[in-house]
Every structure is written in structure tokens, then in C-alpha cells.
Ligand binder design. Structure first.
Ligand code: CAA
Length: 282
């Protein structure tokens, strides 16, 4: 499949980063969200990121040229009508996904592949909102998309081998390292493994066995993580990881209750985005 045009649904943290990565790889990109304010913030963030990459000599062309391949729009039908590949990165709510996938299915060309960047919802459930479940697949990027190499490619129950091949090819053309998740399992790979780790870390702190800082130092300087466990929770959003853990629990992956996380969510100390989480961000 010769992909030329990609439509990204949702211009939040993940959506705008994915749109940037797609434009960097030379694709024509439509970036869609529900209002101009969100889109304008997204384009500012993309400009900032491209400038950073440019300053470090990591761009082969002018940032303005990359930017010129991205068209921001609030019109869903316009965004997907020429798309060969759609990547949905909207809010993690099954009703929002239902609305988007129903509309995208209606307006995207019949050959278009529809993918979702969901981190917590079943691919097969999302695929069932469309008339083409064989052409629906999970493409889970990591934050920040321009810097993180991994993309999890998740098979739904009905996803075809052709769709898998096209998703792998696209991820590689976007400069990513795709890994295939053969079954539509809760949490896929990275979140499933990370939640076990963060559960253990939380329990150790709750029992007074080690401090947050000590655990983060162990993660950085022995386990080889680029960020400590609590630093990463702050970076991703404590509420986001809590939501993912709840979604996994609802699908049968047992959860260790962690008061430390519950208290942070209740106090709205959600990490980097709220200025305070396990650490403070002036
Ligand atoms: N675009 C361009 N440049 C960026 C950027 C972006 N989006 N974000 C950060 N940078 C820049 C920084 O500004 C910084 O630039 P300077 O050198 O000019 O200061 C540079 O990249 C390096 O950043 P830092 O010095 O802050 O830190 P770093 O070297 O540790 O790299 C990191 C940053 C790549 C984020 C690294 O810390 C890392 O890999 N952290 C782990 C991230 C991770 O695990 N993400 C996955 C989260 S889970 C998820 O996303 C999925 C889910 O389902 C929730």
C-alpha cells in the first residue's frame, strides 16, 4: 500500500506529536480536533519541537517546509477524505472513540486503514464501530512521539495480515521501531509491564521500605531507565496511569491498590502538567 496522506484525529499531546512525526517522514498530514484553539496550541507545540530538532541539526529540511505538510482542520470529513491511513489519538473514552470511528469510517476512502493510539481500550471493541474491522489496528506511540522510538502494533480479533503489514511499514517509514502485540490484551506490553513495576514501587514507599527518590535512583542508575518510576508517572500524568490501571483491572488484570496514587489524584497533583506530582515543577 502506497501511503501518501495521513489523517490524525486529535491534536493533544500525542496527536500533535504523531502529526509532527508523520510530516517529518514526508507524508501529507491532516490534523483534526474539535476547535481552533486546540489546533493553534498544537501547531505552536509542533513549531517548538521542530525548532529544537533544527537547532540540534536533526532536520534534513527547513522547519517551515515540514510544517507546510500539516493542515489543521476542525472538519472531520475534510481531514479523512484523502487519507490512506488514519491515526486516532483522541480522548480515552469509548464513546468518543465510537463517535470518531463511525464518522471516519463513513468519510475515509474504502482502502484507508484506521488505527488507534489508545493505551487502554480494546482494539476489537473500537473496530466494531466500523464496517471494516479487518482494516482496524492499534498503533500505540509513546510520549514524546518525536523522541520515543517504540510503537506497539496491536492486532484486533479481526485485523488482517495486510493491515498488519501496512502498519509495520508505516511505523518504519516514520522512523520508529514497531513491536507486534499478537493479541488484544489489556495494557499491551509497555503499560502492562510498567504497571507491575509502579505497583511494586508504590507499595515499597507506602510501607516505608524506601523513599521515592531512592527508588527513582535505582531505576535510573541500575535498571537503566531514562527516568525514575515516579518521575515517569509525573511525566505521563498520574491520572493517566491511574486510568490505564483501572481499564486493565476492568478487563481482568488484577491491581495492587496504591494509596499513594489515589491520594495524588484526589489532591489533583497530577504531575508535570499540574506543576506538582511526586515532585514539584516550578
Ligand atoms: N521535541 C523535540 N525536542 C524535545 C521534545 C520534543 N517533543 N521533548 C523534549 N525535547 C528536548 C528537550 O527540550 C531537551 O532539549 P535541550 O537539550 O535543548 O534542553 C532534549 O529534548 C532532551 O530532553 P531532556 O534533557 O529533558 O531529557 P532526556 O535527555 O532525558 O530526554 C526523554 C527526554 C526522551 C523524554 C527521556 O527522558 C525519556 O526517554 N523518558 C522516558 C519517556 C517515556 O518512557 N515515555 C513513555 C511514557 S508512556 C506513554 O507515553 C504511553 C502511555 O500509554 C501513557
Amino acid at each position: 500500500m502506497d501511503v501518501k496522506t495521513i489523517a490524525v484525529m486529535g491534536a493533544g499531546t500525542m496527536g500533535h506529536g504523531i502529526a509532527e512525526v508523520a510530516a517529518l517522514a514526508g507524508f501529507n498530514v491532516f490534523l483534526r480536533d474539535i476547535n481552533d484553539q486546540i489546533l493553534s496550541r498544537a501547531m505552536d507545540n509542533i513549531k517548538w519541537s521542530l525548532q529544537k530538532l533544527h537547532e540540534k541539526g536533526q532536520l534534513r529540511e527547513d522547519p517551515a517546509q515540514v510544517l507546510s505538510r500539516i493542515r489543521a482542520t476542525v472538519d472531520l470529513a475534510e481531514a479523512v477524505k484523502e487519507a490512506d491511513f488514519v491515526i486516532e489519538a483522541a480522548f480515552e473514552d469509548i464513546d468518543v472513540k465510537r463517535q470518531i470511528f463511525t464518522e471516519v469510517d463513513k468519510h475515509a476512502p474504502p482502502h484507508a486503514i484506521l488505527s488507534t493510539n489508545t493505551s487502554s481500550l480494546p482494539i476489537s471493541e473500537i473496530a466494531a464501530f466500523t464496517s471494516r474491522p479487518h482494516a482496524v489496528i492499534g498503533m500505540h506511540f509513546f510520549n514524546p512521539p518525536p523522541l520515543m522510538k517504540l510503537v506497539e502494533i496491536i492486532m484486533g480479533n479481526a485485523t488482517s495480515r495486510e493491515t498488519l503489514g501496512a502498519a509495520l511499514d508505516l511505523a518504519r517509514r516514520m522512523g520508529k521501531e514497531p513491536v507486534v502485540v499478537n493479541k488484544d490484551v489489556p495494557g499491551f506490553i509497555a503499560n502492562r509491564v510498567f504497571l507491575r513495576l509502579s505497583d511494586s514501587a508504590c507499595l515499597m514507599v507506602e510501607r516505608g521500605e524506601a523513599s521515592i527518590e531512592a527508588i527513582d535512583s535505582a531505576a535510573r542508575y541500575s535498571l537503566g531507565f531514562p527516568m525514575g518510576v515516579f518521575e515517569l508517572l509525573d511525566f505521563v500524568g498520574i491520572d493517566v496511569m491511574d486510568f490505564i490501571a483501572r481499564a486493565m483491572a476492568a478487563r481482568g488484570v488484577s491491581r495492587v491498590p496504591c494509596k499513594l496514587i489515589e491520594d495524588k489524584v484526589k489532591a489533583k497533583e497530577l504531575g508535570l502538567k499540574s506543576g506538582r506530582g511526586f515532585y514539584s515543577y516550578p
